[in-house]
Design a protein around this ligand. Sequence first.
Ligand SMILES: *Cc1c(COP(=O)(O)O)cnc(C)c1O
Ligand SMILES: [Zn+2]
Length: 432
Amino acid sequence: MTSILQCMDCGATYPIHHVVYSCASCGGLLDVQHDWDALRPQLTRERFDTRLGALDTPYNSGVWRYQELIYPDIPHDLIVTKPEGNTNLYNLPKLAQWAGVRELRLKHEGENPTGSFKDRGMTSGVSHARVLGMTRVACASTGNTSSALASYAALADLEGIIFLQNRQIALGKLAQGIAYGATCLQINADFDRNLELVRAVSEELNIYVLNSINPFRLEGQKSIIFETIQQLSWQVPDWIVCPGGNLGNSSAFGKALYELYTLGLIDRIPRLAIIQAEGASPLYHSYQNGFQSFQPMKAETIATAIKIGNPVNYPKAVRALKWTNGVVEMVTDQEIMDAKALIDAAGIGCEPASACSLAGTRKLVEAGIIQAHERVVGILTGHVMKDPDATIGYHSNTLEDITPHYANRIYQAGDDIEEIKRVLSKQPQPQA
Ligand SMILES: *Cc1c(COP(=O)(O)O)cnc(C)c1O
Ligand SMILES: [Zn+2]
């Protein structure tokens, strides 16, 4: 095996076939570390370019195309892939103008098989569960992780177990978990508590935990960066902007960029901007005090995918910010929903949390941190159909404390041609 698990704090190492999620000696988070010295000769842009458009498993996947950077030694017959990735990178001049930058591209991770970027972490995580010979996999989830886990577990013939909050899980996500046949538990606790519970129960019952504390998940999620940069013909943008909840994605992005740079696959590191919702912003507040302290909070936001008050990957996110000279910004639910309405109306569409990328870009431009001449890539993390209640609520103006500045409306008309013509000529309808 050319890969090991290594503690990010004390450097202790563990074989990758050990089921560990944190360092046995200091409690630190673990990284999967590959043997770069042995792999280096294979790691060329040409190698990954040759696999573009591959028809066969696993290189038709936008994760496994980069296998040498993600999980070099895994036997191909153990890989569980749908395939995932190969998501579009949209160039959107109108949204760029709204945000105040020369160029804005949005990478739509909602175009993954189950509708969020979680599929990229789940293909690597569930594949590793098979390497370990585990038969049951579990996660706590605000929704999308459970959708992905349920799907990949079913595909791999493993039992998927999902711990859900009993309130405020978006309809599309709940429906997926049930449909894909997972063992679904609704628990009267928020996400942060559910994560503690799943870890405790899984330890006792020998269940494999696939939350983003699991370093194999993050290896798969690095491919969002690899694919984006390959789509840009290996020319890095100035900024990469993404929402931050449990901070797994931010951590994976930092590691991906650091590795690409140290391996000579890119010639400079773009800056990372992590955007949190105001009501779930512990990283933002810690960033404000120079990471001197970290205060978990009780999370509240309409963007349920990032409604997380005690992100487990906080130390890795701080490291990612240091590696990338990154920044953290925070946006209100009002700003999130307005930005979402613009992304939706552009024909792209996303779930609320994803809109942080656009709302945050605009805010960072206003603050003078992102410059108008810079090139920005924003990550759209989830699909518009994940949370229909938020979308309908916005456009029908029924969301508490949110004014829909970009609302569309539904006209009513009777079974009457003249009335329909009046509506389509946008003349005021006579009052009934
Ligand atoms: C999981 C998720 C996030 C948050 O990602 P983290 O890695 O937890 O920071 C954001 N948006 C969507 C749609 C998600 O599913
Ligand atoms: Zn340690």
